[in-house]
Design a protein around this ligand. Structure first.
Ligand code: ARG
Length: 558
């Protein structure tokens, strides 16, 4: 709503005055609702800012009914919105649309593929995969909200020379029962043992290559082992996804492209892009990037070969030319190369590498191996356990304690991850993230629950609302905040930054709590009561929808 007003102001000024561009700001401090810096025009219009202000102001007041007052201050034209009708329009819209407030439809539906989580089978789900999963899931929700068609792909790391090593190690030292009992941990141990033994036995590496080559040529026995490793790993990954409440449209990992790689190599060949370098097949990427290695000397394919097959498959199957790869920083070069190769092939894919910082515990990089937890799942379960203790203490009679604890514990981890810019490192401290006050998930859930406890016994009657309350600052400030939600969603989408939504709902919850500090919501006067109820229930709708976009459950009680 505020965006429409801004746009209208821009349009009329540009049209009437023939200017190139004009900036309409929303000042952070509440001295005006909107404001236009005028310095830039003094030269082109050959007038003093004061005179420009009165010209602009007169045009705006005449053409934009939402603006009722203007004033000149320190080189700015300050504008004031007519509060009552603005508020009623905004709150009506939110109250009617509920969770659909801020949802958009695109004229031409565009498909975006999001490639995230993508753990490696027979290895533990790493902290990096956890970040990727949470950021990717939020971006999926945000893009969908903006009207995109999203295909969420879990590009499982289930192919590559490491499986040659794994199979050789299993054949030499593995025990079926142990792997059955504790698949990922056992397989990981075998993999490490392979690397240790390699130092003494120089034939091991060649054995592994031969096995992987045989695997690529569909050797039945090796395939059956590989399948078993994959199933066992997936079982563990799925437990993780259940906890986090995330799902994917496709689990086509690297192995899925095994029979699609020859076609890619052929296409590269036809386009004259392949070179043989020391027996290996490469694409030369000039001086700025190292060459992309497409096939090893023995003919085995590589990570990038599979990513090329994958992006072409996504393009043909989903008609997607935009792909977001939510993957840690260390793969920056890989995605640059991927983009460069597809460009040379003549495709104009919009490839975005969405990277992110590390997770730190006490200032040190967190890894599943270093901590006291063997598995990341245990860390999440610990958060749920601690959430439960806090809840039981606060509200012993609460029903569904386990569900609430799960929503609070998992929500705390997700919010802690998404509240800061994704490039930054995340501090992982369960005690801090589980606090009920401060910048935490539980604080947001609790704010929503507080509103719920106020509104749950009432039917809100819009026709009993007294709009004059919206002339008062505490009321109007909150209305202005909720009115920003649609443009906040867009900004989050434009910069692929869920933290913009996280910060916004935090400030909304803070706004509500400070409103509530000044103003009782449940009052005797009926019109005042319904005004308050409408306002706080709209705040709740926006907080809940913001939480949903981040992948966090909102609650009715906690
Ligand atoms: N499995 C890879 C890893 O864990 C991430 C895969 C990312 N996606 C992709 N299409 N390359 O490092």
């Amino acid at each position: 709503m505020i965006d429409q007003i801004k746009q209208k102001i821009k349009d009329v000024l540009l049209q009437k005055l023939g200017l190139d561009d004009i900036v309409v700001e929303e000042p952070k401090k509440g001295f005006a609702d909107l404001s236009i810096p005028l310095f830039a025009f003094a030269k082109t219009l050959k007038k003093s800012p004061l005179l420009i202000a009165s010209d602009f102001g007169a045009i705006i007041k005449k053409e934009v009914p939402a603006i009722i007052k203007f004033e000149f201050m320190n080189g700015f034209l300050n504008l004031f919105i007519e509060r009552k009708s603005f508020s009623m329009t905004v709150l009506h819209e939110i109250f009617e649309k509920k969770g659909l407030y801020g949802s958009q439809t695109l004229e031409k539906k565009e498909t975006v593929v999001m490639d995230y989580s993508s753990p490696n089978i027979a290895k533990s789900f790493s902290v990096g995969h956890l970040r990727s999963t949470m950021i990717g899931n939020a971006l999926k929700n945000i893009y969908k909200k903006c009207g995109y068609n999203v295909v969420a792909v879990n590009h499982l790391g289930d192919w590559g020379t490491q499986f040659g090593k794994m199979i050789v190690a299993y054949e030499k030292w593995g025990q079926k029962d142990l792997v059955r009992q504790n698949p990922i941990a056992e397989l990981q141990k075998l993999y490490l043992k392979f690397h240790d033994e390699e130092k003494n036995d120089s034939t091991l590496e060649q054995q592994a290559r031969d096995v992987f080559r045989a695997l690529e040529l569909n050797d039945d026995y090796y395939l059956s082992l590989w399948k078993w490793f994959k199933e066992e790993s997936l079982r563990e990954f799925m437990d993780m996804y259940d906890l986090l409440n995330v799902s994917f449209d496709s689990y086509d990992g690297e192995s899925f492209y095994n029979d699609k790689m020859e076609a890619v190599v052929d296409e590269l060949q036809q386009k004259n892009l392949l070179k043989i370098d020391d027996g290996a097949t490469i694409v030369d990427l000039g001086d700025s990037l190292p060459p992309a290695l497409i096939k090893r000397t023995d003919g085995a394919t590589l990570y990038i070969t599979r990513d090329l097959a994958a992006i072409l498959y996504r393009y043909h199957t989903y008609q997607a030319h935009k792909v977001l790869y939510i993957v840690g920083n260390e793969q920056q070069l890989h995605f640059k190369q991927l983009k460069a190769v597809t460009n040379l092939m003549g495709y104009d894919f919009d490839i975005e590498h969405i990277n992110f910082g590390l997770v730190l515990i006490d200032g040190k990089k967190m890894s599943t191996r270093s901590g006291k937890f063997a598995r990341l799942e245990d860390v999440i379960n610990q958060a749920i356990h601690e959430a439960k203790e806090a809840i039981v203490e606060k509200n012993p009679h609460l029903k569904n304690q386990d569900n609430v604890a799960k929503a609070v514990g998992v929500g705390a981890i997700i919010f802690n991850d998404l509240k800061n810019e994704r490039h930054l490192d995340v501090d992982f401290n369960l005690e801090n993230m589980l606090r009920f006050e401060g910048q935490t998930g539980p604080y947001l859930q609790y704010s929503s629950v507080r509103i719920e406890s106020m509104i749950k016994d009432y039917d809100i009657h819009i026709n009993e609302v007294d709009e004059t309350y919206f002339d008062e600052d505490p009321y109007f400030d909150l209305v202005k905040l909720v009115s920003q939600f649609p443009s906040i969603i867009n900004r989050a989408k434009e910069s692929n930054s869920p933290n913009i939504i996280a910060r916004f709902i935090l400030s909304l919850a803070q706004g509500f709590n400070s409103f509530y500090g000044k103003q009782r919501v449940i009052v005797d006067d009926q019109r005042h009561l319904h005004t308050n109820l409408l306002l706080v229930s709209c705040v709740q709708i926006v907080i809940n929808e913001g939480l949903r976009l981040l992948g966090i459950e909102s609650l009715k009680e906690m």
